[in-house]
Design a protein. Structure first.
Length: 95
């Protein structure tokens, strides 16, 4: 398994998409992020912790200041999908 190895390549893409106000870019950010979270359940704990250390401040920013009327459903769906994994629930609850 690749574990977290491809994450370094995906991080700048996720950041760019999260920072864009375009609804379709926000959707791409949410779907890509949900996929990374879902896949991370198979990673070692220390790799999951590194993911959440990087992801938590970015999600906090998006969910507290970047969500607009046209992207609310996108990020709501992201939270629903992401909370399927136990580790995601624990990390999202700490935001």
């Amino acid at each position: 398994m690749l574990e977290e190895e491809p994450l370094e390549l995906v991080k700048p893409i996720i950041e760019e998409l999260m920072n864009d106000v375009d609804q379709n870019k926000q959707r791409a950010a949410s779907e890509l992020t949900a996929g990374v979270i879902g896949g991370s359940k198979h990673w070692p704990v220390d790799a999951q912790e590194r993911l959440w250390a990087w992801l938590a401040p970015r999600l906090t920013k998006v969910l507290t200041s970047s969500v607009k009327t046209d992207t609310m459903l996108i990020w709501t769906s992201f939270l629903e999908v992401s909370c399927i994994t136990k580790s995601a629930i624990l990390h999202l609850a700490s935001l």
